[in-house]
Design a binder for this molecule. Structure first.
Ligand SMILES: Nc1c(NC[C@H](O)[C@H](O)[C@H](O)CO)[nH]c(=O)[nH]c1=O
Ligand SMILES: CC(=O)[C@@H](O)COP(=O)(O)O
Length: 170
């Protein structure tokens, strides 16, 4: 569904409390006007839903391509309930943007599956700067808000399963 038909800041369902959670955030410095706006929306949402600001650890990496390694660094540094990765890859003249976006999407999903920790893909992949602005607090909402809510929901699911021992046959 296009963001045109689903405002990124409008969330569905109840949003669980983030009280007591430790959240890591990795922010790309490329397109920093956009990523800072995404970060602001993300941070405000986490705090609104009860995450203590002192329990939020933020690191900055040069570009979106470095988000997976940044997330991996945080995974090794402390026991976070979720890690949110924020970036913006704007289509350029060559296919470079496709390589970055695909690599990062695959890297982050693999990190989440292998670690069992919620690793949230808060990355915009717009064709133009205008599309990016529309999704970083503009008419289509803020992807950073969506990422924060996703982190809270996934951490809540994991917390609700705590103590369940799932035996996997392989
Ligand atoms: N073009 C964009 C980049 N490019 C830089 C890469 O992310 C990476 O830092 C570099 O290839 C060195 O490894 N990064 C973005 O986040 N957004 C872009 O639009
Ligand atoms: C993806 C980007 O915007 C940046 O790496 C430059 O891309 P290009 O060289 O294709 O314009």
């Amino acid at each position: 569904m296009s963001s045109k038909n689903k405002n990124l800041s409008k969330t569905s369902g109840d949003i669980p409390s983030g009280k007591g959670y430790k959240i890591g955030i990795v922010v790309s410095e490329w397109n920093e006007k956009i990523t800072n706006a995404l970060y602001d929306g993300c941070l405000e949402t986490l705090i609104t839903y009860g995450v203590d600001v002192n329990d939020i650890k933020t690191i900055h990496v040069p570009g979106t391509f470095e988000l997976p390694v940044g997330a991996k660094m945080l995974l090794g540094e402390d026991n976070y309930n979720a890690i949110i990765c924020i970036g913006c890859v704007i289509k350029g003249e060559t296919k470079h943007d496709e390589y970055i976006s695909n690599a990062v999407a695959n890297g982050l999903v693999n990190l989440g599956v292998l670690s069992g920790k919620p690793i949230i893909f808060g990355v915009l992949t717009p064709n133009t700067s205008e599309q990016a602005e529309d999704r970083a607090g503009g008419k289509h909402g803020n992807k950073g808000v969506e990422a924060a809510v996703t982190a809270l929901k996934m951490a809540d699911i994991k917390r609700s399963l705590k103590g369940f021992k799932v035996k996997i046959g392989f």
